[in-house]
Design a protein around this ligand. Structure first.
Ligand SMILES: *[C@@H]1O[C@H](CO)[C@@H](O)[C@H](O)[C@H]1NC(C)=O
Length: 110
């Protein structure tokens, strides 16, 4: 008579589902801070910000950044140095969306 030993193993499968949004890897291409096109976009960001909140930022220079291509166009994420009221130097992180038709839109200015 055969004895069947049932080994009941309770296997708990822990499936780690990584939130794809949180892990989203930006497909960023680095920019050349001295590229006139990049400087123009940085100036646009500063001008747009000045109009929005009546500040008087002036672009000092572009420190670096990258671009990300999205269906609407290209997002430029730039680290820039600005002078505020001709006195204070601050570093800002800005994002400008350049639409497919070439028009620019300030996405963020922090
Ligand atoms: C922006 O660039 C400056 C100069 O390279 C650097 O010191 C600063 O940490 C950068 N800021 C951010 C938030 O990446």
């Amino acid at each position: 008579m055969a004895k069947f030993v049932l080994l009941t193993s309770l296997s708990i499968l822990v499936i780690a589902i990584t939130c794809s949004l949180a892990m989203r890897v930006l497909d960023e291409t680095p920019i050349d801070p001295n590229d006139p096109k990049v400087v123009k976009i940085a100036k646009f960001a500063v001008d747009a910000r000045n109009k929005q909140v009546r500040t008087k930022f002036e672009l000092e220079k572009v420190n670096g950044g990258g671009t990300e291509t999205i269906p609407d166009g290209t997002v430029y994420q730039l680290n820039i140095s600005v002078i505020e009221s001709q006195v204070y130097f601050t570093t800002r992180l800005v994002a400008v969306l350049v639409h497919l038709d070439g028009s620019k839109e300030l996405v963020s200015f922090e």
